[in-house]
Design a binder for this molecule. Sequence first.
Ligand code: THU
Length: 132
Amino acid sequence: MDETAERLLSAAHECRERAFAPFSGFRVGAAVEADDGSIFAGCNVESASYGLTMCAERVAIFSAVAAGRKRIKRISVVAESDELTAPCGACRQVIWEFGGDIPVTLSNLNRKTETIRMSELLPKAFDSTYLK
Ligand code: THU
C-alpha cells in the first residue's frame, strides 16, 4: 500500500472515532483524496429521525466539495465488521458522480483491507452525462 493510501486509511480510522451513531452503534469512518492531493475525512452522523442519517462517505465527499474540491481520486472506508463494509447504494451514486471509476479501499479494525473499483460496485452508473 502506498503512502497516500496509508494516510487515507489513518484519516478514516481517526474520523470513525468521532462517529455519532447512538442508534445503530455502527461507527463508520471514510476519507477521500481530492484531485489536488488534499484529504478530507468523514464519519456517519445519525438522527433520531433515522432517515436523516448521513453516511461517512458522503460526509467526507461533501466536506471536500465544501472546501472547493470537485473531483476525488480515491476513497477509504473503515468499519468494525469481519466482512469488510462496502458503501451503501446512495453513497455509491455520490462517489461515482464525484470520482467516477476510482479505487475504493475497505478496511476494518484489524486493518484487513481490500480495494475494489467503483465500476464493480456500481456497473452502468447513471450520471450527468445522461442529462446532456
Ligand atoms: N453507514 C455508513 O456510514 N456508511 C456505509 O457505507 C454503510 C452505513 C452508516 C449509516 C448508519 O449510521 C449506520 O452505518 C448503520 O447503517
